[in-house]
Design a binder for this molecule. Structure first.
Ligand SMILES: Cc1ncc(COP(=O)(O)O)c(C=O)c1O
Length: 399
């Protein structure tokens, strides 16, 4: 059991193996329930669009407090189908943060739109909304049609400000909540208009990923679009089955993008544990921060703030000599990961957009310094102590 309060100061623990991700342990904790529901799907024969899919959609509608939830094949497809359903097409410009997973911007390009990259806020890593407003002010020909706020690492964007900007400039809003399932908008950005809302439920659509490493992950690819707009939800429901309704009558050209029944069955089980896992992640993050403080490392290691709505999909620090630290931690049996090494505006595939090094400096700098540490909900205090102590040893020895 992890206790954020009264964290015991660092103590030396040797020879630990702490992987960046520990999916097998999670499976083993609930394997009987999981095996049962998988068996049920296998013996039902309803492998595509079986009852577990609609059941999971209904569960998510209740869980998130949203009118419609539509299962799709992945988070990437959730973004793509959202853009398609909103009519984003050739030459339409869409504002996205430059510091996010590729799919956020990739979806825009795949619809023949043009990503317009915004820098990030140094403290939260989320899109810098002052810069977004500047970009919108300069868009005299109204070429910008939509904005995709990404709740990066599980920390909600200030959605009140995003919705105000969307109203003022006439934009669609597609929330990329792929890393932020169960994050609370209200507590991280107090917003009287949006009560107790969850990330993903405020924009025209919200997109979720159930990639195995996500806070709610399945055993393959999976995704979901949520929306409070009846017409939009109906269009998305048609787009995911090749644009056909009734079957074999195609009003539009759509996709084959369904959530598999087996994955939905697994997600129905895991959803019951999401709140407990979220609370544990928040606790692990708080324990990390206390450990860094107790080790007197806060002038050398930038830790994330444990804000209320944050679900800590990742726990990301910033350090000097990040790449050498990764090697050092590796030798000590500690996994870590870089999210993300290259900002999207400098990716080769976007070079024709004409961005240069230095254009979006906060994100470029973050890419050199960020390091995600293991944030398994069951990470023990001993493991955290070992990890923080190893980072201290590295910093002391590199002086
Ligand atoms: C911010 C963000 N957007 C989109 C995606 C795409 O989700 P998927 O991998 O399910 O396609 C991810 C997942 O990695 C993500 O982290």
């Amino acid at each position: 059991m992890l206790l954020a309060e009264g964290f015991i100061p660092l103590r030396l623990v040797s020879n630990m193996n702490i992987p960046m991700l520990n999916l097998i342990d999670q499976y083993q904790q609930i394997n009987e329930e999981i095996n049962t529901v998988i068996q049920q799907v296998l013996t039902s024969g309803a492998y595509i669009n079986g009852p577990a899919v609609r059941q999971f959609e209904e569960n998510m509608e209740k869980y998130l407090g949203v009118k419609h939830a539509i299962g799709v094949a992945s988070g990437s497809d959730a973004l793509l189908l959202s853009l398609h359903a909103l009519g984003i097409g050739k030459g339409d410009r869409v504002i996205v943060p430059t510091f996010t997973f590729f799919a956020t911007a990739g979806a825009v390009s795949r619809m023949s739109g043009v990503p317009v990259f915004a820098d990030i806020d140094q403290k939260t890593y989320n899109m810098d909304l002052d810069q977004v407003e500047n970009i919108l002010e300069k868009d005299r020909n109204k070429e910008i049609k939509a904005i995709i706020p990404v709740h990066l690492f599980g920390l909600p964007v200030d959605m009140k400000r995003v919705m105000d900007l969307a109203d003022k400039y006439g934009l669609f809003v597609i929330e990329d909540a792929c890393q932020a399932i169960n994050a609370d908008i209200c507590s991280s950005s107090p917003d009287p208009d949006h009560g107790n809302q969850k990330a993903g439920t405020i924009g025209d659509t919200g997109c979720f990923s159930f990639f195995p490493s996500k806070n709610l992950g399945c055993f393959g690819d999976g995704g979901m679009i949520v929306s409070n707009d009846d017409d939009l939800a109906a269009d998305i429901g048609i787009l995911r089955v090749h644009g056909s309704r009734p079957k074999y009558y195609h009003s539009v050209v759509g996709y084959n993008s369904r959530l598999d029944t087996i994955q939905a069955a697994v997600l129905n089980v895991k959803l019951k544990y999401l709140q407990e896992w979220t609370d544990k992640r928040r606790n692990v993050a708080a324990v990390y921060n206390k450990a860094f403080q107790a080790a007197e490392l806060l002038d050398k290691v930038k830790c994330p703030e444990v804000l209320d709505g944050h679900v800590f999909h990742q726990y990301v620090i910033e350090v000097e000599n990040r790449n050498s630290l990764i090697e050092y931690l590796n030798q000590k049996g500690i996994g870590s990961a870089i999210y993300y090494p290259v900002p999207l505006h400098l990716q080769e595939c976007f070079k024709e957009l004409g961005y240069q090094k230095g254009d979006l400096p906060i994100a470029e700098n973050a890419c050199q310094r960020v390091l995600a540490l293991p944030i398994d909900p069951d990470l023990s205090e001993d493991a955290i102590a070992y990890l923080v102590d190893s980072i201290k040893q590295f910093i002391v020895s590199s002086k």
